[in-house]
Ligand binder design. Sequence first.
Ligand SMILES: *Cc1c(COP(=O)(O)O)cnc(C)c1O
Length: 465
Amino acid sequence: MNRRTAEPYKIKSVETLAMLSYEERKDSLNRAGYNTFLIDSEDVYIDLLTDSGTTAMSDKQWGAIMTGDEAYAGSKSWKKLEATVRDVYGYKYVLPTHQGRGAENILSQLKIKKGDFVPGNMYFTTTRAHQEMNGATFVDVIIDEAHDPVAEHPFKGNVDLNKLKTLIDKVGPNNIPYVCLAVTVNLAGGQPVSMQNMREVHELCSLHKIDVFFDATRCVENAYFIKEREVGYAGKLIADILKEMLSYSDGCTMSGKKDCLVNIGGFLAMNDEGLYIRSRELVVVYEGMPSYGGMAGRDMEAMAIGIREAIDDHYIEHRISQVRHLGSQLVEAGVPIVLPIGGHAVFLDAQAFLPHLSQDEFPAQALAAALYLDSGVRSMERGIISAGRNIDTGENNRPKLELVRLTIPRRVYTNNHMNVVVDSIIDLYKKRDTISGLRMDYEPPTLRFFNARFAPLSESGELLN
Ligand SMILES: *Cc1c(COP(=O)(O)O)cnc(C)c1O
């Protein structure tokens, strides 16, 4: 018998969920212009919009919140967070920031000069924006498999070393301030980087005196995939795998809202003292004193504890298995999703799900809206709407992938909630021909996915016919 497993925590405090009727959900969806970003959270049953800052904190974290030291300077809570980052991540110097992008801002300003090139394994929105605002060109050096939704590579986040070598030869190491390595790769669907690849990237960069900075936001999830898939790591502790991973970098930016198990916060870490001193000056300008950097003392207490809870082997095993619990049931039912299943989300392939809709009828947007209407589950479009328009030509960018992202918050939902999501998606898949496309009635000039409004294209005016 294949014995079932369960959540490695029990529930001490509960939040009642909204359970709207079909008609109420229909009204809510109408008011939101068929855009899941515009639905009020109080109308959502299961919220899979994002895993950023949506974590449930533990009793220990809530307890520590009362002990936060709110001193303007030299806070005890900062000392605790600093010592925890040094101990768990292994970097020499740490600076607090209000969230991940605060760290990205400081690193980009200090390292990049106009005309530089920053190679990365796919981009993350805010990371790339900071690099570009400081005059750099982002160059994607991820392996080709990462762009193929059905390529079954165990480490789809890996850097293609030939692409990196070619870039170094072409532009010269002096014009590459650092390599930005995301572990795991959010935009590729939470796909990991192998230890061997990290080691090789670091070796190649050392040879050319180029720094490697990790976007460590989802580093614990990456460590779990290494334990599971890479030879020699099966018997190791997540804590040790993580330390080895980070030893192949010169520093990192971190969003505390993901693998530090808190709702807000972040940090910038590095081993170079000179860079630390210059970074500290900018922390004062943008974030606050280097002993709080935009966080309250209580936030820093909670983060110091969250960092340790995240490297608990049982926690991370359950986290990844919950994402798989959702994804594998969809695969079994024949629902098209991006493979392999990543660390934080399951992505529905909306183009394959709704083959009767052209990309201009916004299949991913329509599927996200239909899922909310069917069961009150909130997901997010990652397709032609999110891709926006080309700045020069004004034409729609046409991404290869038209996806709906189901992102699992950490420690918030049980596997029963995942089952509800599975059942709703399978039902929708059975009646997929009845799902209408959408037209865009209002298009904001920038980041249109947040505020755009839509209406069904069907003659009846209904989304589900
Ligand atoms: C969330 C995220 C960031 C940005 O962090 P914020 O805390 O939202 O500013 C950067 N990189 C990755 C991979 C992320 O997931």
